[in-house]
Design a protein around this ligand. Sequence first.
Ligand code: ATP
Length: 331
Amino acid sequence: MYKATLIPGDGIGPEVIRAATEVIEAAGVKISWEEKLIGQSAMAKYNNPLPEDTVSSIETNRIALKGPSTTEIAKGFRSANISLRQRLNLYANIRPIKTIEGVNTKYKDIDLVIFRENTEDLYMGIEHMVGKDAAESIKLITRDASERIASMAFNYALREKRRKVTCGHKANVMKLSDGLFLSSVRSIASKYPDIEYQEMIIENLFMKMVMNPEEFDVIVLPNLYGDLLSEMCAGLVGGLGLVPGVNIGVEAAVFEPTHGTAPDLAGKGIANPTAAILCGVMLLNHIGEKEAADRIYNSVKRVIREGKYVTRDLGGSYSTMDMTKAVIDNL
Ligand code: ATP
């Protein structure tokens, strides 16, 4: 029996996370889930968006499955997600973006993985007003953090027999900060002569991604560009309801869908559970339950390919739980 932390989150979080745990259970992997709160639900109960109890549960279990959590725009408490990543030093955000047959998109054969630095850049939240009419945000980039995300990306490429790593940057303008990120990635790349290495100015990378996404393989990016590109890439393969992700460091791994709380869908039972279920697949691979992970992945692919028991975003009319049941029946 494994032990892991379960954070249902806010909005559609509890609905899709439940789908994922039901599928894992049906696949025969026994996990004892320790349920904890974060974000809005934690604020409501403890007046604290990131309770200590939640952090220490993840520190102990070292694995968590997490739903999205609410962060207010331009006001309110600091993003609990960002605080969690910094507290647990979850320095990499990894998002596999892969075409799923049967999803109605313009693109075919996309199979790439984004490695986004997760702890610094403009997302450190170091900002202040300069007088009444100006605001300043600090973009912090360090060699250590840049080298460790690059090492993770190159190690992954080597292990998974990927052919190419692309580094995105804007070092032509931000010569010091992005320049340091670029030179750090370059120094790691030089240790992997068998993997093709490519550098691209970020807007060019976005354009090429829209034109020929199938040409990309592993991509390594600083925090802000990584956030933007991974959401755009989710759109290329059919939307946010399909793409899983993990925030990972040395001590812990928090598996979490790319999508947010989707307030427009919350409570209606119609959100696509795929992203959450595929987070479950990543979690199972992480703990060595590869056979169960493959069975779930194949079942999800089959349900989507057949296109019958799917949610509205995939052109169907079925509920989150109907689609989940179809995945379970196909296991
Ligand atoms: P948040 O503020 O938490 O980021 P949001 O609505 O701004 O919430 P998302 O939750 O990422 O951002 O959702 C953007 C849109 O994508 C939603 O309005 C919703 O229609 C769609 N969406 C997101 N997740 C799913 C899902 N699992 N299934 C179907 N549609 C989804």
